[in-house]
Design a protein around this ligand. Structure first.
Ligand code: GLN
Length: 255
């Protein structure tokens, strides 16, 4: 059977500031390398809104406060209702940093008005003001057991906002090195159904092949209503990059 996945990339022109386009390329290639047809649909302020409803997988990346606020209202009004419906029916998504903040309740930036969020995740984010340092650097965390892939994830974070999870919201991972949601509670990201919010930018998918495959597998299960075995890929380079970062951070591999 020929499988096809439509991957919607939200606001590539506004919210792809910290190398997040690499995650879209990674999803595309890991489908193509397996003979799964994959199409990337860029969706932005006045672009392809009508195509959002046919997403099999969603990606939305990071942004500086200004671009985040430009996308803010559009995200809620134009994308919100369809996105909520997709996520509730289990369509997988990865929302990185500003995108993660945007699927929460609100983000209070360093200056200017609060940016309302979709409220899919019961969480809020606040920038603590000008004395606060940005949470920047390479980071590693241990995945929530929900993923059944006992694994570290490595990535790069760069955010001023501090995110606090509501009661009952499942964290995506436990921080081993770095800051994660707020640099205090030891958690990184959040998970709801097949939707992940994370502060890990850029390399979160290229350096964590099992996580990428988890998203692809979930998209296939939801679309074709059956488990589709993914052919294994060598992943030598991916794991080299993963292990290199673990070593640099002084962490023993959990593989
Ligand atoms: N502007 C937000 C913050 O500083 C998100 C940054 C990002 O997406 N990297 O917290």
């Amino acid at each position: 059977m020929n499988y096809k996945l439509t991957i919607s990339w939200l606001y590539p022109d506004l919210m792809s500031t910290y190398g997040d386009r690499g995650n879209v390329i990674c999803l595309l290639k890991r489908c193509q390398w397996r003979g799964i047809e994959a199409e990337i649909i860029p969706i932005s302020l006045n672009l392809n809104n009508e195509k959002l409803g046919s997403s099999d997988l969603i990606f939305m990346g990071g942004a500086q406060d200004r671009q985040q606020s430009i996308a803010g209202e559009d995200f809620i009004v134009k994308k919100g209702p369809v996105l909520k419906n997709l996520i509730e029916k289990g369509v997988p998504g990865l929302f990185v940093c500003a995108a993660y903040q945007a699927i929460g309740n609100y983000y209070k930036p360093y200056t200017g008005d609060d940016i309302a969020g979709l409220g899919i995740f019961d969480l809020y984010t606040k920038h603590p003001g000008d004395q606060a340092k940005r949470l920047i650097g390479n980071a590693a965390a241990e995945l929530n057991s929900k993923f059944k892939i006992p694994n570290t994830i490595v990535g790069f974070e760069n955010h001023g906002g501090r995110t606090h999870l509501g009661k009952g919201v499942k964290p995506f991972a436990r921080v081993i090195r770095g800051f994660g949601n707020n640099g205090e509670d030891g958690y990184e990201g959040a998970v709801y159904k097949n939707c992940i919010g994370s502060y890990f930018h850029g390399p979160i998918l290229p350096k964590n092949p099992r996580l990428t495959d988890w998203l692809i597998s979930r998209a296939l299960v939801i679309k074709y209503r059956k488990n589709v075995e993914l052919t294994s890929l060598s992943d030598e380079m991916e794991w080299q990059a993963h292990e290199f970062m673990l070593k640099r951070l002084g962490i023993k591999s959990l593989q």
